[in-house]
Design a protein around this ligand. Structure first.
Ligand code: ATP
Length: 876
């Protein structure tokens, strides 16, 4: 049915709906019939797909090939062990991925939007997914339209349909049926589409299509987002490819050399395959996703809801946090502290009433409900409550002076106006930023402006938000209700000074930012002096070199001029949301990584373009939330800083894992590869290599993700996103520790053979395993000693090490396992020797950290690094 050609009544009849909304039972039934109002995600994986995904891994395929080779050469027992390891490994991978998927699903549920719907005649917040055709939705500015709808009532409604039609101007919507004809999507003026959003006014509408039946659903296949790859994953992908080549070369060389020496080709082939596996960090990219997803789950507990996964990783690289003031740096609890009335101003029609207090009570959208709770914007509430406390209550006054029209507040005009019917005519009341009112005053009052300005500035300099009031009387309601006709020729009545106390935790968070090499910047619509005073209280501005500038000053600067100072500006006052974009690009052009907060519809472009867009969870519009990479559930600045700390921790832990796995692999490769050059037999069998790779490396590696933050994580510069994985000595670490592990293994083997010990192979195997375990403990911190961290500070790690060591002892001492793994029970003396030799690795890593500590902490520099191209996924 073409709903846009049909009258509202016929639409209702066709949908079996009414303006009072559906009842719960019908809604439930329709939901079962039409399915959830959700775009189907092609990427959603079932449990089976997840399992299959584990098995489709290249490494697993190589292992299965190895099992096949074992069977061919009559080593069926090896094949069983390989298969068992494959299954165990796939299971661990599956559990990890499943948990990560669940964590992300929970986050998505949290981020799921709600719509205000009339059900059983009552407005209710209903999850968007539960909307059904026939539902009546109530929409206002800032709402994303939750389904395809047909408007039945509109008030100055404007919709941004650019996401669907590409048309950038807002479309004015109506409720009238269109004359018969063909209309493209953008011209169907009485329809609203899922995914577009309301920029102005309000409306009531019938849901006409949901889910995949909406216009957005029809093109869903086109917009379904590709799987997101984070910068780190990209780098690991490249590393993986290079290491695959290394693996092939190492495996091939090993086989070639062994064959030339006349070793048996069967075992050689198996060991070559194992060697290749040792060099293949196949699991790394997947591990990064798992760590990021689990990290996102942890962030949630700190009130930061991640919408785009790469944000978790990028958080650690943030160098500038540009934040709103009200509610984020301050408590958003405004109270009127001071009050100034222009003497001898009287308005005809108000009788004995005080003009300023009457204006305060009438020019407001705040209301007090039956339980004495104030509802509305905090500025409005503060003013209306103050008036009410002076016995100027809004309801009583509105009865006397009915509101006949209004010009709502917007942050460009920085004022709002209400018009009221009085016996003498229509009373116009305007309130807003004092600066916006000065230019609109009557000629006779213009002369007093400098005095007023001085008074206002004095208040603003103390950190007060000053709201000024003006008024005029019109004979009748003007036909043209524009700001140019209504908000001019006003008489200044006076002003009120409001205080919004800074958040205590924000002050600490600002200090923490500074030690972490991150610069906090305040962006506000408020007066320059107010903003500066609050920034000083919070420590954002602490010296003359740190600049405070206003939107108009910013407009006056050309690009090179702004680029020259942008890194010094700490406060932007009286800026409009569009200027946020300019600030972001100027900072990004200086290679800075910018986190930007926002709450309004107009903030969406800035949120999309920032490296991390952060929307307010409490005061933010849905549009801002949809554009953001992260949502602050408590609107608190301190939460952003906490999220950065988590981001750094997660990144650190991923690097620790890489360090651990690669150093371990290098050890194995050196041992296997070099032994023959010392005239020794191959120290390990294929099965041993697999055991080390998948069990000894795997378990402790996994729990490295649970490692708490490094103590200095917020006292060092942000992570340079372009830095290679091997920066910071990682390459050297892998090489040297690899050589050490390999050397110790070969030395033990040589010594044991020299001593005529029959268990030399099991001893070499055990040295490799235990040295890896020792390393996993020492590697938990980049610089702190394990003794100062405490063994118990990562209990999961301790558990994993004990478990792995236990499993190793099982395969040494259980006769059945000896058979399977070709091991022999070591004597106590042999075991003691291997443990002692293996522990060298632990001590060497501890000494390396001691040297790092002795060198001291480098001071946190004003950070700057060459800017890489933005990672996919969060910047669009
Ligand atoms: P912040 O960053 O501190 O949250 P903001 O950018 O949200 O500030 P706006 O709400 O856009 O600031 O307000 C800008 C100016 O508009 C304020 O300084 C105030 O003078 C004026 N103003 C704010 N709210 C109202 C209102 N409800 N009615 C009239 N004027 C208002």
């Amino acid at each position: 049915m073409e709903y846009y050609l049909t009258s509202v009544a016929d639409v209702a009849a066709a949908l079996a709906a009414s303006p009072a909304g559906l009842d719960a039972a019908t809604a439930k039934q329709r939901l079962a019939e039409h399915g959830p109002n959700r775009l189907e995600d092609a990427q959603e994986k079932t449990i089976w797909q997840l399992l299959l995904h584990q098995l489709a891994d290249v490494m697993i395929l190589v292992l299965l090939a190895a099992a096949g080779v074992s069977v061919l050469i009559g080593e069926a027992k090896s094949a069983y062990v390989i298969l068992a390891i494959v299954v165990l490994n796939a299971f661990i991978g599956f559990v990890q991925e499943y948990r990560a998927d669940k964590a992300m699903e929970a986050l998505q549920k949290m981020a799921a939007s709600h719509a205000l719907v009339l059900r059983d005649g009552q407005p209710q917040q209903v999850p968007t997914a539960e909307l059904v055709p026939g539902d009546v939705v109530l929409l206002e500015a800032g709402n994303v339209i939750p389904a395809d709808v047909r408007f039945l009532e509109t008030h100055a409604l404007k919709v941004d349909e650019s996401s669907l039609t590409g048309e950038s101007t807002n479309v004015e919507k109506t409720m009238e049926a269109l004359p018969p004809g063909e209309y493209p999507l953008g011209d169907r003026l009485n329809l609203g589409y899922k995914g577009t959003f309301v920029t102005n006014g309000r409306a009531t509408a019938y849901v006409v299509a949901t889910g995949m039946h909406t216009e957005l659903g029809k093109i869903a296949a086109l917009i379904q987002t590709a799987e997101v790859v984070t910068p780190l994953q990209k780098r690991l992908g490249t590393l993986g490819k290079r290491l695959s080549v290394v693996a092939l070369v190492v495996g091939g060389l090993f086989f070639g050399v062994g064959w030339l020496r006349g070793d048996g080709w069967e075992e050689l082939l198996l060991v070559s395959i194992s060697l290749a596996i040792a060099a293949l960090p196949e699991a790394l990219p997947a591990l990064v996703t798992v760590s990021l997803a689990l990290g996102a789950g942890r962030l949630m507990q700190s009130h930061a809801l991640i919408r785009k996964l790469p944000a978790v990783e990028t958080l650690g690289s943030v160098t500038y946090i540009c934040t709103d003031k009200t509610g984020t740096l301050t408590l958003n609890q405004m109270t009127v502290q001071d009050f100034y009335e222009v003497p001898e101003v009287a308005l005809p029609g108000l009788g004995d009433l005080n003009a300023l207090l009457t204006a305060m009570a009438l020019n407001t959208d705040a209301a007090c409900d039956s339980e004495n709770q104030w509802l509305g914007d905090s500025t409005e509430v503060a003013l209306a409550r103050y008036a009410a406390e002076q016995d100027y209550a809004r309801p009583a006054l509105e009865e006397q002076f009915e509101r006949v029209a209004e010009l709502p507040f917007d942050s460009d005009r920085k004022c709002m106006t209400t018009l009221h019917q009085t016996a003498q005519g229509v009373l116009v009341l305007t309130k807003g930023a004092a600066g916006s009112l000065y230019t609109q005053l009557t000629n006779s009052q213009q002369a007093g402006i400098s005095d007023l300005q001085q008074r206002v500035d004095a208040q603003a300099a103390q950190g007060y938000r000053v709201l000024a009031y003006g008024a005029k009387m019109l004979p009748e309601l003007p036909a043209d209700l524009s700001s140019a006709t209504v908000e001019t020729g006003l008489t200044f009545l006076g002003f009120a000074s409001l205080l919004d106390p800074p958040r205590e935790e924000a002050r600490q968070a600002v200090a923490e930012c500074k030690t972490a090499g991150i610069i906090p910047v305040m962006i506000t619509g408020d007066h320059k002096l107010t903003a500066k005073a609050i920034a000083e209280k919070l420590g954002i501005v602490s010296s003359e070199a740190e600049l405070v500038m206003t939107g108009p000053e910013l407009t006056a600067l050309d690009e090179p001029g702004f680029a020259a100072i942008v890194e010094k500006v700490r406060v932007y006052a009286r800026v409009d949301p569009a200027q946020k974009l300019r600030i972001i690009s100027a900072l990004q052009a200086r290679n800075q990584f910018v986190a930007m907060t926002g709450d309004g519809v107009n903030d969406a472009p800035a949120l999309k373009n920032a490296d991390i867009g952060i929307a307010m969870g409490i005061n933010g519009t849905e549009v801002a939330k949809e554009a953001a990479a992260m949502i602050l559930l408590d609107d608190d600045f301190a939460t952003i800083v906490e999220a950065v700390r988590h981001g750094r921790r997660i990144y650190d832990n991923i690097l620790k894992f890489i360090r651990y796995i690669l150093a371990g692999s290098a050890g194995e490769i050196f041992a296997l590869f070099c032994a023959p050059f010392f005239g020794l037999p191959v120290p390990l069998l294929a099965i041993h290599v697999l055991w080390i790779n998948l069990i000894t490396d795997g378990l402790p590696g996994l729990v490295l993700a649970y490692e708490p933050s490094e103590r200095n994580s917020m006292r060092r510069p942000p992570i340079d996103p372009r830095q290679t994985i091997f920066a910071d000595g990682l390459g050297w670490f892998i090489l040297l520790i690899g050589l050490l592990v390999g050397g110790l293994t070969i030395a033990t083997q040589a010594w044991a053979i020299g001593q005529g010990l029959p268990h030399w192979q099991t001893m070499a195997f055990t040295v490799l395993c235990f040295s890896q375990l020792g390393m996993s403990l020492a590697i938990r911190s980049r610089r702190e000693s394990i003794f100062s961290l405490g063994l118990l500070s990562n209990k999961a790690m301790l558990g994993a090490v004990v478990l792995t060591a236990g499993l190793h002892l099982v395969i040494l001492y259980v006769p059945f396992c000896n058979e399977l793994f070709s091991t022999q029970p070591l004597t106590l003396a042999e075991l003691g020797i291997t443990v002692a030799v293996a522990s060298v690795v632990f001590w060497v890593v501890e000494i390396q950290k001691l040297i790092i500590r002795r060198r001291g902490v480098a001071p946190v520099p004003q950070h700057q690094f060459p800017r890489p191209s933005l990672p996919t996924g969060h910047a669009n």
